[in-house]
Design a protein around this ligand. Structure first.
Ligand code: PLP
Length: 390
């Protein structure tokens, strides 16, 4: 199948809910991917923060392949080793106590919302069920996750939403504290609002709201779906904010390219779900978890340090390029604000062999965490040449 055939068949048979780039990808390795003509691209997207170790990492392929050939699925009625190992590693590396597995970021967020409401119901009874989220947030496309998403652009057409969500202004302590009313059971935030334009929260703000949550027994939920799994230079971004959340959702990078979502439960919440309270047919799938174990074992301190260093290198290089107003983000989650429209630039980059993402009006970079200096430099050269020519 060549690109033209792919485009036509896709258009005939697949719902038009994605604005795709004109590119048919066929195979990849690390931070490089090929199209149907054999042209190679440098990848600064990692499948939107999913391919944490890049395309087809040898150890990950080996772990997934071996598990696939021995046991692909059992249901959650039985014990299997890979999901237990994944959960153990997640808890040991995060300071959290227990894990629930689902299949996506949105599903993980459904889980944290349900857990927060049950925790509050059992302790305080009815009427204390509001989830306070932040304006400009993104938590996923399912109805409750969408209800927690503080961007009108995602809300058109889909009313009515799940009840019991309120919104505070991100980085506005006064507004956030004022909205922690007696009906609120949890505060939900992304430390860096990814889809919202790679907007980081201030450390003082996060610490102050975390303290207020603790005082009022409002659960602190951190959505680490995009920021987690090493992306920001620590396994989870909250570890750089010196806070310990009560609930954490993660997904994207955890599976390295296969679907998985996870809820991490802290001391307060670890017993909130009993048998039958929550579930997922595919959750904790052994094949996906065998890959996740490899990823978690790979992300040791030296690996995370290298992510921080590579991120700092990219940030510094890009900040000095023409037309760049600022670069936001942490580690290898970066947003570039240009003094000109990003969209045409993104298309030119693609033509020149560099894949990047957008987030609102910015160019967003989520390179695979294993990218080499050489590959970074190749990508940076394409970016600089393109910006120079504007
Ligand atoms: C991508 C994302 C989600 C949704 O994840 P899906 O796997 O697409 O459901 C939720 N929260 C954040 C912060 C995300 O970046």
């Amino acid at each position: 199948m060549d690109f033209q055939q792919a485009k036509e068949l896709d258009s005939n048979y697949i719902i038009h809910s994605y604005g795709r780039f004109p590119l048919l990808l066929t195979k990849g390795k690390g931070a490089q991917v090929q199209d149907d003509t054999g042209k190679t691209y440098i990848d600064f997207t990692s499948g939107i923060g999913v391919n944490a170790l890049g395309f087809c990492d040898d150890g990950w392929v080996q772990a997934v392949g071996a598990q696939l050939a021995s046991l692909q699925h059992t249901s959650n009625l039985y014990y299997t080793e890979p999901c237990i190992q994944t959960a153990k590693l997640l808890c040991e590396k995060s300071g959290m106590k227990k894990v629930f597995f689902g299949n996506s970021g949105a599903e993980a967020n459904e889980g944290v919302i349900k857990a927060a409401r049950k925790y509050s119901f059992e302790k305080y009874g009815e009427g204390r069920n509001t989830i306070l989220a932040l304006k400009n947030s993104f938590h996923g496309r399912t109805m409750a996750a969408l209800s927690a998403t503080g961007q009108d652009a995602y809300h058109n057409y889909f009313f009515p939403f799940v009840e019991g969500f309120a919104f505070a202004k991100a980085n506005d302590l006064e507004d956030t504290l004022a909205k922690m009313t007696p009906d609120v059971c949890a505060l939900m935030l992304e430390t860096i609002q990814g889809e919202g334009g790679v907007v980081p929260l201030d450390k003082e703000y996060v610490q102050a709201v975390a303290k207020a949550c603790q005082e009022k027994d409002i659960l602190l939920i951190v959505d680490e779906v995009q920021t987690g799994m090493g992306r920001t230079g620590t396994l989870f971004s909250y570890q750089q904010f010196d806070i310990q959340p009560d609930l954490v959702s993660c997904a994207k990078g955890l599976g390295g390219g296969l679907p998985i979502g996870a809820v991490l439960f802290g001391e307060k919440t670890e017993t909130v779900f009993g048998a039958g309270d929550h579930g997922s047919t595919f959750g904790g799938n052994p094949v996906v978890c065998a890959g996740a174990v490899h990823i978690l074992q790979t992300m040791d301190d030296a690996f995370l340090q290298s992510v921080a260093e590579k991120g700092a290198y990219l940030k510094e290089k890009i900040a000095n390029m023409p037309h760049v107003q600022n670069v936001t983000g942490l580690g290898m989650m970066l947003g570039i604000l240009l003094d000109t429209e990003a969209k045409p630039v993104i298309h030119t980059l693609l033509e020149k062999g560099l894949l990047v993402l957008s987030a609102k009006e910015k160019i967003r970079l989520l390179p695979p965490l294993t990218i080499t200096k050489e590959e970074m430099d190749q990508g940076l050269a394409i970016l600089e040449e393109t910006l120079n020519a504007l």
